[in-house]
Design a protein around this ligand. Structure first.
Ligand SMILES: [Zn+2]
Length: 124
């Protein structure tokens, strides 16, 4: 269902994370004066933060793009008659959720289906 994250960004964040761990390991193994150790740890932390930032920002923008390319439709039906109505999906909608009395008869209206329609988009 979901599209993969932008591979370039993921690769960059992985490389930054690896670089940060390499710095941590070097700082631990090599017996530098504590002054250099502090610098290496600080740089390592900065790399880690940058990696996480890129990873989360990349993931979020991918999610945004996904939401913008789909229109989710909720189909409403009735147990008493064959009325069929479509509206845009609202948070809290789920299949077979009861919606109270039907507009046409005294039967119970409920959500029959929920589906997504891809929107035509110029990007990609
Ligand atoms: Zn009805």
């Amino acid at each position: 269902m979901s599209k993969p994250r932008q591979p370039k960004l993921t690769l960059v964040s992985i490389l930054l994370t690896l670089g940060a761990f390499a710095l941590f390991v070097l700082a631990t193994i090599l017996d530098f004066p504590s002054y250099y150790n502090t610098i290496m740890m600080t740089v390592g932390m900065a790399l880690l933060l940058a990696a996480w930032g890129i990873y989360f920002l990349g993931g979020r923008s991918a999610l945004k793009n996904e939401a913008a390319t789909e229109n989710v439709i909720t189909v409403i039906g009735c147990r008493g008659c064959d009325v069929k109505e479509e509206r845009t999906f609202a948070p809290g909608d789920y299949i077979f959720k009861e919606l109270g009395q039907c507009k046409k008869c005294t039967g119970k209206a409920f959500i029959r289906a929920i589906y997504a329609v891809p929107l035509k988009s110029d990007e990609r």
